[in-house]
Ligand binder design. Structure first.
Ligand SMILES: Cc1cc2nc3c(=O)[nH]c(=O)nc-3n(C[C@H](O)[C@H](O)[C@H](O)COP(=O)(O)OP(=O)(O)OC[C@H]3O[C@@H](n4cnc5c(N)ncnc54)[C@H](O)[C@@H]3O)c2cc1C
Length: 508
């Protein structure tokens, strides 16, 4: 159904979701669409020291943001993956690197050859065949190159950054391109009596803002999508049982900056460690049914690299999603749309894909249900696929301490995840459905890391001479070790290319 074009978009909220949306939608301003963002300085944003996944580079790239400028402004660092400590069991560690494992041979995925050679003792740990994992171990980084014959083409990376500074950076970008910012607390939302669509919001000081299309970026409270439109909530807390986070930044203990996020399992949850140029972000994500806030604070503070830079603060949440992410004339983004704990750093990515989908399905004032339904279908599918990936980390654990770990090991899991686990346990098979976010290499990294070991391998891997395969694997491992040795230490690379402060000089 055709209607009049959208003329006014109103974004409610100025956290990461609000300003990412504003920056992307500012491209519509020259096309005659007014974009207004309403935020309240009196209501804080959630942003803690944050980690991302590689597609963020596409988002920044589409906006035309210069990487060095962005890293400087957000005091950011490079992320090659996540190191998981004590997750599989106490004393164990593995990594989920961003790059792929080895190279596919004759159209067969690398991990099948690896699995076959492990059986005959001719292969070392899988991480030796992943350039990001090798570089992570040595705290080194260099940008990837395009030449597929060069080992460095196997690198893939994302960023750690200060989310508050990123929002500020995008605000400057969006305002320079015509986005109007209105400061003030929203007190009321007016709906059309017939259609139930949002018409306007009332701000303190007797001000009103009207709009055609509304983006709810108001955080966990979901001011429009839940508060005004009463969209329901599907809870996933029976699978993802952590409901609290205690966060605190601390000083770094030395010059080195690890080019990865670390996640360390504790008795009632896990602790993140996100290194930035000027500090380290830390937080304990825990289940309040299993530990008191005081005990969580103590655990967090006793596992820091350096002096805490403020008092720890608590954030409460519930894993789940809105029953409709887009309802009536309102699209929810960021925490307003749903939440999966930050274990795989996916929330900012959902904002990015949410805005992209909105642009791809941009409605007119007729608000056809066809576009809305497709948006909801795609958003929900993506959330559920990532939810399953995060559940895998909890479910496949052999930890001895902590009731949370016993419960999550024994719980019934979604059928979609069970199918993936069964296929992988059999012959290391994996299928990526409908453009799912995490690729095969990510699932393989976490499955193998958590000791979900395939009993067999793809029969096609038997078609090649085993001595030939062993030789190929040796050469890949050696090439990755050599390439890593030639990389600069990550902190030196940062100091040279994207130092946040003038005093951050390259040490002699
Ligand atoms: C513990 C924790 C750790 C996380 N770590 C990561 C991570 O490592 N990587 C990652 O990708 N994501 C992470 N996330 C998720 C990430 O923080 C969010 O996706 C991101 O910050 C977006 O938040 P937001 O903009 O949706 O909401 P918020 O940051 O809460 O912003 C809400 C905005 O709405 C405004 N607002 C609210 N009510 C009103 C009102 N009545 N009137 C006017 N304005 C109003 C506020 O002023 C504010 O500007 C984490 C989340 C949590 C809880």
């Amino acid at each position: 159904m055709n209607g009049e074009p959208i003329r006014q978009i109103v974004i409610v909220g100025g956290g990461t979701a609000g300003w990412m949306s504003a920056a992307a939608l500012s491209k519509l301003v020259p096309a005659g669409v007014a974009v207004t963002l309403v935020e309240s300085d009196a209501i804080g944003t959630v942003g803690v020291g944050e980690a991302t996944i590689p597609p963020i580079r596409n988002f920044n790239g589409l906006l035309g943001i210069d990487e060095a400028d962005f890293l400087r402004a957000t005091k950011g660092s490079i992320k090659l993956g996540i190191e998981f400590v004590d997750w599989t069991r106490e004393g164990h560690r593995y990594s989920h690197p961003f790059g792929e494992f080895g190279f596919d041979i004759e159209g067969v995925k690398f991990h099948h050859y690896w699995r076959k050679l492990v059986e005959s003792g001719q292969a070392s740990g899988i991480e030796d065949y992943n350039l990001c994992a090798v570089a992570m171990r040595q705290n080194r980084y260099t940008p990837p190159v395009a030449d597929p014959g060069d080992a460095r083409s196997r690198l893939n990376y994302a960023y750690h950054f200060d989310a508050g500074l990123y929002a500020r950076y995008l605000r400057a970008y969006a305002e320079a391109r015509g986005v109007k910012r209105v400061e003030g607390k929203i007190l009321d939302v007016a709906l059309n009596g017939e259609t139930g669509f949002i018409e306007s919001v009332a701000l303190e000081g007797d001000r009103h803002v009207t709009g055609d299309l509304w983006l709810d970026c108001s955080g966990f409270r979901g001011l429009l999508i839940a508060g005004a439109l009463k969209t329901g909530w599907e809870s996933w807390k029976h699978w993802l049982q952590c409901d609290s986070a205690m966060a605190v930044p601390c000083a770094a203990s030395g010059a080195e900056i690890t080019p990865y996020t670390r996640s360390t399992a504790h008795e009632a949850g896990w602790q993140w460690r996100i290194p930035l140029q000027h500090r380290i972000g830390n937080g304990y994500v825990y289940s309040s049914a299993d530990i008191t806030d005081d005990a969580a604070r103590e655990t967090l503070l006793s596992n820091l690299d350096g002096e805490p830079l403020r008092d720890p603060f608590i954030i409460r949440f519930e894993a789940g999603r809105r029953s409709e992410i887009w309802a009536k004339n309102c699209v929810s983004l960021g925490l307003a749309s749903g939440f999966i704990e930050p274990l795989e750093s996916t929330s900012i990515h959902f904002i990015q894909t949410g805005v992209s989908k909105l642009l791809a399905l941009f409605p007119d004032r007729g608000f056809s249900p066809v576009e809305r339904d497709e948006y909801n279908r795609l958003s929900i599918l993506q959330l559920e696929q990532v939810r399953d990936f995060v559940i895998l980390h909890y479910h496949a654990n052999q930890r001895r301490t902590g009731d949370l770990w016993r419960r999550t090991r024994e719980m019934a899991i979604p059928e979609t995840l069970q199918r993936k686990l069964d296929l992988f346990r059999g012959h290391g098979r994996f299928f990526r459905y409908e453009d799912e976010l995490f690729a095969e290499s990510s699932w393989v990294a976490v499955m193998l890391g958590q000791e979900v070991t395939p009993q067999g391998w793809d029969r096609l891997a038997d078609a090649l001479d085993p001595a030939d395969i062993a030789n190929k694997l040796d050469r890949i491992r050696a090439a990755f070790a050599r390439a890593t040795q030639a990389m600069p230490a990550h902190h030196l690379w940062l100091a040279q290319h994207a130092a946040a402060t003038p005093d951050m000089k390259v040490p002699a």
